[in-house]
Ligand binder design. Structure first.
Ligand SMILES: *Cc1c(COP(=O)(O)O)cnc(C)c1O
Length: 371
């Protein structure tokens, strides 16, 4: 599914020397590379404040902590995402409320926000799933009308451009009050371990978040808020500084692979290639197709027998996960997400896919439907 070693070999010299530099400095925590990485990422994102932290889950948690919500307050999000999005809502004593997704883009359906709204709704957490933006124009408009916060879970779309009609281009993750991302190794900008970041254009949120990730410290050994210990290691920051320079190139490689899959697989009956929204670029964190539910597992096995990995992101929607049983959702409550879980299949997608590999994958994929 990914080829992190191949990617490393191409930048080995730069990465190795960056790592050695940190070891020589021994500034393993809060070293100079962390500050520089934050500045460079802010410039790349066109955002005022970037606060690095320990991982993408913490980034979500700390963003929510910065909002000063009360236990029982409701946060609207999607059930068709990675578990982290919803787990932090619960951990903070808040109530997650699920809104179904659109069947073509897999992203939160803004038309369904209204019916999820209650007196306790405080925030919306849209997820830019698989590499393209949710419909932020509609989501922001709804949030403004109802005085809600918006936190973008941008773990999968770091670097995607949001292109509102007639408006200026903005990077995904810099549109809401706060945005979060993850540097998990397989993400588009992957560290050699865990890492994450929070983005905001709001000065007071920026200060608050920077304090929260460092135990809520304001001045040294003075704590104004209950915080957490969630920092990006200097080693990871040094590696990420090298890789950030290649990020747009990495996106291009992924997009080329996606274009290939689109061209070679879109005519198969019952198979849908990913739909690209007009208001966003797609950086293809995943290339996720929809195939007939009755054939998916056989197709997956067929591919595996030919040496081709594929994955189901995600097999069970979050509202039907055992851990969230107490929220009271039932099968049928969020039908689009439930159906998608039975139909999606993601193909290998990374920066090191060569033409012959892509050809082989498409060929074998097509053969399944002919046999
Ligand atoms: C990866 C991911 C996260 C969590 O990031 P970690 O760095 O693994 O904690 C959160 N949300 C989404 C949508 C993700 O894909």
């Amino acid at each position: 599914m990914v080829d992190l070693h191949g990617q490393y070999l191409k930048i080995k010299k730069e990465v190795d020397s960056a790592i050695q530099g940190v070891i020589d400095s021994t500034a393993f925590i809060k070293g100079e590379d962390v500050r520089q990485f934050q500045d460079e990422l802010s410039a790349y994102m066109g955002v005022k404040h970037t606060i690095a932290c320990g991982n993408g889950t913490d980034a979500l948690q700390v963003s929510m902590m910065a909002l000063d919500l009360q236990p029982g307050d409701e946060v609207i999000t999607t059930p068709f995402t990675f578990i982290a999005t919803v787990e932090v809502i619960g951990l903070l004593g808040l109530n997650p409320v699920f809104v179904d997704v659109l069947p073509d883009t897999f992203n939160l359906d803004p038309a369904q926000l209204e019916q999820a709204l209650t007196e306790r709704t405080r925030a919306i957490v849209p997820v830019h799933l698989f590499g393209q933006c949710a419909d932020m124009e509609s989501i922001i408009e709804f949030a403004k009308t109802h005085g809600l916060y918006v936190i973008e879970d941008n773990a999968q779309a770091l670097g995607a451009d949001f292109l509102p009609e007639g408006g200026a281009v903005q990077k995904a993750g810099t549109i809401g009050h706060l945005g979060t991302t993850s540097f998990f190794p397989s993400k588009n900008l992957g560290a050699f371990g865990d890492g994450g970041a929070i983005f905001t254009n709001d000065e007071s949120f920026g200060k608050r978040v920077a304090s929260l990730v460092n135990h809520g410290m304001e001045k040294r050994y003075h704590y104004d808020h209950v915080g957490v210990n969630s920092r990006l290691d200097t080693l990871q920051a040094a590696i990420l500084r090298v890789k950030l320079k290649h990020l747009d190139d990495y996106h291009r490689r992924r997009q080329e692979a996606a274009d290939w899959y689109d061209t070679t697989l879109s005519d198969l009956p019952g198979v849908a290639v990913p739909v690209r929204s007009s208001f966003t670029t797609h950086i293809f964190h995943q290339y996720t197709m929809q195939v007939p539910a009755s054939e998916r597992d056989a197709l997956k096995q067929w591919l595996q027998d030919k040496g081709i990995p594929s994955m189901v992101y995600y097999p069970v929607p979050l509202h039907l996960q055992k851990a969230y049983h107490d929220l009271g959702y039932r099968e049928g409550d969020l039908p689009v997400s439930e159906e998608l879980c039975s139909k999606v299949l993601s193909l290998p997608m990374h920066t090191e896919l060569e033409k012959n590999q892509l050809e082989y994958i498409s060929e074998q994929f097509r053969l399944f439907f002919k046999s």
